[in-house]
Design a protein around this ligand. Structure first.
Ligand SMILES: C[S@@+](CC[C@H](N)C(=O)[O-])C[C@H]1O[C@@H](n2cnc3c(N)ncnc32)[C@H](O)[C@@H]1O
Length: 329
């Protein structure tokens, strides 16, 4: 990425080529930092594919599907991207979206607070000759400070990321922190540019059936159920008792996401239902009646139709959502 697309000079560049725009070290991974470091050394010597396939660590082997699964980004065909597009993969992880999008667009910027996973992306990009990928270490998204100038991205992808925003800072209202982060995303989008979110539904049916809260598994293998369903302060009482920390990984319902994105300045919301869920390698995607389409339908349809579609629009219990929304012009 060109230097004039950044607000200020970087603080340094890692050996693998990660541009460092963060002074707040942060680590997020299901692998311990030591395991990750020795894995990266293997990636350098053996190449990324061999380093994964010959690893004796089952957690690393399991990552293959996530790192090399172009279909994981199929949902983004709902965005009008082309060979002139510049895309920001925000919270890029191991680069599942970054590498899937790279052949389709002009440039992909993989940005994350976690230096080690960006090192993996930078090494893989070099090894696979993907010249249109930059890896950028950013401040945790809780600070809502992206190092990019205004209006330079055609699309921003946040897949499995929004729900973590608020968990780095141990204080402040996570809802407000997520809202500020989304406003910052809107700032770096071109007018009319789109955000693409993949995220769990707070009121997913499986949570009613006792499935553990996905995000609390990160803090303890012990599953904790029903925390997404209850009011946030009750969820906090539960996690303080069981994990010794407040509840800060907020997921949202359909209506909650509409409110949050609306307050952050997004419009033209489109909701999709990925089956079985947004993390699957090849999800089938069904549209949920979007606000735009439903507004048109409700204008033309009789009251009985409004009554029937109301519960579908308002009370959708799918396990997760894909959401596309446009930055207002
Ligand atoms: C579940 S992973 C998703 C990775 C990737 N988007 C994908 O779909 O495979 C969550 C990612 O968000 C990043 N993340 C978590 N909390 C963050 C925060 N507060 N600020 C910035 N990035 C964060 C993690 O480093 C991780 O890469």
């Amino acid at each position: 990425m060109e230097a004039d697309n950044f607000l200020y000079p970087e603080h340094g560049v890692s050996d693998s080529g990660v541009l460092k725009y963060s002074l707040s070290p942060s680590y997020w991974s299901l692998l311990s930092q030591d395991v990750m470091k020795s894995f990266l050394a293997e990636v350098k010597t053996k190449g990324w594919q061999k380093a994964i396939s010959t690893s004796s660590n089952p957690k690393i082997k399991a990552l293959y599907l996530f790192t090399d699964s172009p279909s994981r980004a199929d949902g983004t065909f709902y965005l009008s991207l082309n060979d002139q597009s510049r895309v920001l993969d925000l919270g890029s992880g191991w680069g599942s979206y970054t590498f899937a999008l790279s052949p389709r667009v002009k440039e992909v910027v993989a940005a994350d607070a976690n230096l080690e996973s960006l090192e993996f992306i930078a090494l893989r990009a070099r090894q696979d000759n993907c010249c249109n990928i930059s890896a950028v270490q950013i401040e945790p998204l809780d600070f809502a400070k992206l190092p990019f100038v205004d209006g330079i991205f055609d699309a921003v992808i946040m897949n499995g990321v929004l729900e973590w925003v608020g968990s780095h800072l141990k204080k402040g209202d996570p809802l407000k922190i997520q809202q500020n982060c989304l406003k910052e995303v809107s700032r770096v989008l071109k007018p009319g540019g789109k955000i693409w979110l993949g995220t769990e539904n707070r009121f997913g049916l499986r949570y009613f059936l006792g499935a553990p809260d996905d995000h609390l598994k990160y803090y303890s293998e012990q599953g904790i159920a029903y925390t997404t369903l209850v009011p946030r302060f009750i969820a906090s009482l539960i996690t303080k008792k069981k994990l010794g920390q407040p509840y800060r990984t907020y997921t949202h319902s359909l209506a909650g996401l509409k409110r949050l994105l609306g307050k952050a300045g997004f419009s033209n919301l489109e909701f999709y239902y990925p089956d079985p869920d947004y993390r699957s390698v090849s999800p089938k995607i069904f549209p949920i009646i979007s606000s735009e389409v439903s507004a048109n339908i409700t204008k033309r349809q009789p009251v009985w139709f409004k009554v029937i579609t109301f519960p579908i629009k308002r009370f959708v219990f799918c396990d997760s959502f894909f959401v596309a929304a446009r930055r207002e012009k």
